[in-house]
Design a protein around this ligand. Structure first.
Ligand SMILES: *Cc1c(COP(=O)(O)O)cnc(C)c1O
Length: 390
């Protein structure tokens, strides 16, 4: 065996996205103790930068030391007590995982079902709340990475609050790419990931909890069944001031990376990051449509950072993706579940959302699909160029 040398890829899938060289460099800095005063001071900055990204003043804002799925689990294990009813909106893969979480917490999930590739229908959420006045929580995925559809988080939160329910929002793919307004929308418990629009390495999950959620967690009848994710204990480590107590060894170098990634977002300005994701989505779409390819999500629900493209009839999904990866070092995503074999998912997330990647991706698709006779060639790059120049 020899040291592992990964190939240099262009990551235009559903995550991870391209990690900024500044983040990789930050992660290679010397490891120090996780209770070292200098490290603790950096943790305070990470928290402040996460509050900036989430647009919140929530004191309980921190990165869980594990990937987005652990942030999901942290929200459910802390907020759902046995016997409680939770309304779960399901319009893709991740809503299905929320249902699993509720059931494993001993709760009952009431499913609000919408077609894959469409947004959550607020009217159905309202009807579910009316039919289940005992429901304590509404859980939904803001940006469904499996389909490329975005739901109206503000509206869903307002409906839940009108009935006295809290909301759990999955913002793994939206944070840093499209607006996530935790305070303005009153989102009670929110989790995200580092490897999508924050363009950090995978493995951490930023979370934030509002006052109502913290009150509920502090006043549970039963113990949180996960020791590691029990926020009552984590608060002692990530809480403010000098009283940091050992809970687990923080992933020190991973947190250097997150600090740097959030600094980069702050330097750009989050509104500018949202605008960039939108602008580049428009350019990619112009190129894809010029080729004759079709986006599957209807315009108003489309996520700019995750483009679900219908695979033309007669084109073999896996063969195309394998050629892109092996010959051109370009990763795009496959469809999941119901959409497997029917769509490609082209992510323009975080640092991956750059003009050179759009042009490269379009040229690569033309090169690989050209021979199949299913697309127009020689037009996509120019169409994207015009959109970028507009
Ligand atoms: C990627 C993703 C997750 C899971 O994050 P991991 O870091 O892979 O655990 C959860 N929800 C959504 C919407 C995602 O896109």
């Amino acid at each position: 065996m020899r040291p592992f040398t990964p190939p240099v890829r262009t990551l235009l899938g559903p995550g991870p996205s391209d990690v900024h060289p500044r983040v990789l460099e930050a992660m290679s800095r010397p490891t120090i103790g996780h209770l070292d005063p200098r490290f603790v001071a950096m943790m305070d900055e990470v928290k402040e930068l996460l509050q900036y990204a989430f647009r919140t003043r929530n004191a309980l804002t921190l990165p869980v030391s594990a990937p987005g799925s652990a942030g999901m689990e942290a929200c459910f294990t802390n907020l759902v007590e046995p016997g409680e009813t939770v309304i779960v909106c399901q319009n893709g893969v991740f809503g299905g995982r929320m249902k699993e979480n509720v059931e494993r917490c001993g709760g009952t999930a009431v499913i609000v079902q919408d077609d894959w590739g469409t947004a959550v229908d607020p009217a159905k959420v309202e009807a579910a709340l009316a039919g289940h006045p005992e429901a304590k929580i509404v859980a939904f995925v803001h940006a469904e990475t499996s389909t490329g559809a975005q739901s109206d988080a503000q509206r869903i939160a307002a409906l839940a609050h009108a009935r006295g329910a809290l909301v759990i929002a999955d913002t793994v793919t939206s944070l840093g790419g499209t607006p996530v307004e935790v305070d303005a929308w009153g989102l009670d418990a929110v989790y995200s990931g580092t490897q999508k629009c924050l363009s950090c390495a995978p493995g951490l999950s930023p979370v934030t909890f509002g006052e109502r959620a913290v009150h509920k967690i502090r006043n549970r009848r039963t113990k949180v069944q996960s020791w590691f994710l029990d926020l009552n204990l984590i608060m002692g480590y990530w809480g403010s001031g000098q009283r940091r107590a050992y809970h687990h060894t923080a992933p020190v170098n991973a947190l250097y990376g997150l600090h740097e990634a959030l600094l980069i977002l702050h330097e750009e300005g989050i509104e500018n990051a949202w605008a960039r994701h939108r602008r580049h989505h428009v350019a990619l779409r112009a190129g894809l449509e010029a080729m004759g390819l079709r986006l599957v999500v209807a315009e108003p629900d489309r996520l700019p950072q995750l483009n679900a493209v219908a695979i033309p009839d007669g084109v073999e999904d896996a063969a195309v993706r394998t050629r892109l990866l092996d010959e051109l070092d370009l990763e795009i995503g496959a469809g999941l579940g119901d959409l497997a074999g029917r769509i490609w998912r082209i992510g323009l997330m975080g640092r991956s959302s750059r003009p050179q990647n759009i042009l490269y991706c379009l040229a690569a698709l033309e090169a690989v699909l050209g021979g199949t006779g299913t697309v127009r060639t020689g037009v996509a790059v120019a169409a994207a160029e015009r959109a970028l120049a507009a």
